[in-house]
Design a protein around this ligand. Structure first.
Ligand code: FMN
Length: 324
């Protein structure tokens, strides 16, 4: 399966730690890259483009120093998430900074503009775009993206509603580049399952909230440990478009639980809230995916990657030994 050249020899596992609003910053991303998995953060986790540029400088300097001190180690490239939508007035300025600092991977959400692809390809970067259905995958393919993230049912954040078995095949029908699978993946064997299905990389968000390097506070992490898959409510009530939140957190914020709509067709066009309102909302109501039921601890990124590696290897050996 196709992987961009920058990823073929730099990964210890076929894994991207997904960007998360208010949760991921350089500390988490650097810890991931140093373990040989792609680390990322949304540009909007810095309040200004100036602050965002400081993060890019920090990422480039620290990773360059780490690579020269550890030439034998697998050190993965990092990714930045840009919300390409008119509710984000910063995206063009932030894109210019990504070009200036040659961010290796850009993850776009909402708009898959060919303008972004052209700008990122100009310095040798790659663009991954996240989608929840085949229609948006086709548009992203037409825009020339290098990778498509299949955000399946059960994911944290603005999740989709389509079963991963169906969604990956639907995307492969219209796209022959890199496919990443997201939605409830938590274990090493899930990474192998994603590959068996035809995805090239696994894309995990919620599992990384419960690492020491994330920006989530203790109450958020404890809620993840206590929550089960049935606690995840997929509703447009917080963002204007459907996203996944923990029931306990919606209740604590006073949402009328019996009136919350379950997800419908996602229409980003008119309904998404301006970014400042979104930040206020997501501070008090906590997003997570159905994978919460598989998360029982908080650990360091290096411990998590070691565990995932062991599970992944064991799952491969198990399959090989059964001759399957
Ligand atoms: C708290 C939280 C915040 C998120 N914020 C963003 C974001 O800012 N941009 C984005 O593209 N995706 C965002 N996502 C979605 C993730 O990037 C990823 O698609 C998702 O977490 C994968 O599903 P999983 O959580 O079940 O692993 C967020 C997810 C969570 C849980």
């Amino acid at each position: 399966m196709p992987l961009p050249a920058s990823l073929t020899d730099s990964l210890s596992l076929p894994l991207v730690a997904a960007p998360m609003f208010l949760i991921s910053g350089p500390e988490l991303a650097l810890a991931c890259c140093k373990q040989g998995i792609v680390g990322s953060f949304p540009a909007l986790n810095q309040r200004t483009s100036e602050g965002f540029e400081e993060w890019l400088i920090q990422m480039n300097e620290e990773l360059a120093a780490y690579r020269s001190a550890n030439p034998e180690a697998k050190t993965a490239p990092y990714a930045v998430n840009l919300i390409v939508h008119r509710t984000n007035p910063r995206w063009q300025a932030d894109l210019e900074l990504c070009v200036k600092h040659k961010v290796p991977i850009i993850i776009t959400s909402l708009g898959a503009a060919s303008q972004v692809v052209e700008a990122v390809h100009s310095y040798g970067g790659v663009v991954f775009h996240d989608v929840t259905n085949q229609k948006h995958a086709r548009k992203a393919a037409e825009a020339g993206v290098d990778g498509i993230i299949a955000v399946a049912a059960g994911a944290g954040g603005h999740a989709g509603t389509i079963n991963p078995f169906v969604l990956v095949h639907e995307i492969r029908e219209v796209f022959d580049g890199t496919i990443l699978l997201a939605g409830g993946l938590s274990h090493g064997e899930d990474l192998l399952a994603a590959q068996a299905l035809g995805a090239d990389l696994a894309y995990l968000g919620t599992r990384f909230i419960n690492t020491f390097e994330s920006q989530a506070d203790e109450a958020y992490r404890n809620m993840i440990i206590e929550a089960v898959s049935g606690d995840i409510i997929h509703t447009p009530a917080v963002s204007g478009v459907p996203a996944s939140f923990m029931r306990q957190s919606l209740e604590a914020a006073g949402f009328p639980m019996d009136e919350l709509n379950q997800a419908g067709e996602i229409n980003y066009g008119e309904k998404l809230k301006p970014i400042d309102d979104e930040a206020k909302a997501w501070k008090t109501v906590w997003s997570a995916g159905q994978g919460v039921s598989q998360i029982h601890d908080v650990l360091s990124v290096s411990e998590l990657v070691s565990r995932l590696t062991e599970e992944y290897r064991n799952a491969r050996e198990r399959l090989l030994s059964t001759g399957s």
